[in-house]
Design a protein around this ligand. Structure first.
Ligand code: SF4
Length: 112
């Protein structure tokens, strides 16, 4: 048997939280909710609020938000797409910028 270069199977996969997501396809089908509501036009506030209200009740909202922020990284607000982790594209963009600024401030304080 050869040694694996990957993490052992006993470790939790980074995305196992997705199994508890309220936007999981089988849950949406059961409740007759379209997954498209997470990708509604920015001007369609009613539909976007519907997606946001589901995210608000989602047990994995925080993990989803962290995952989105990590995946999107420095992306501009315009290049972000859809509702994720209970936040709009603009909210995720400003949260990323806020955190980046906090890290920068902490580094400046250390070197001062
Ligand atoms: S927070 Fe929203 S987008 Fe994220 S997994 Fe839950 S329902 Fe889906």
């Amino acid at each position: 048997m050869t040694a694996s270069h990957y993490a052992p199977d006993t470790l939790e996969r980074a995305d196992t939280w997705r199994g508890d997501a309220l936007c999981r396809p089988d849950r949406l089908r059961a409740e007759k909710i379209s997954p498209d509501i997470w990708y509604a036009e920015k001007t369609d506030l009613v539909t976007r609020r519907e997606a946001l209200s589901i995210c608000e009740r989602c047990p994995v909202r925080a993990k989803c938000e962290e995952d989105s922020l990590a995946r999107e990284g420095k992306a501009s607000a315009k290049s972000r797409y859809g509702i994720r982790g209970g936040r709009t594209e603009w909210q995720r963009y400003t949260e990323y910028r806020r955190r980046a600024q906090r890290v920068k401030d902490a580094e400046s304080a250390k070197s001062a």
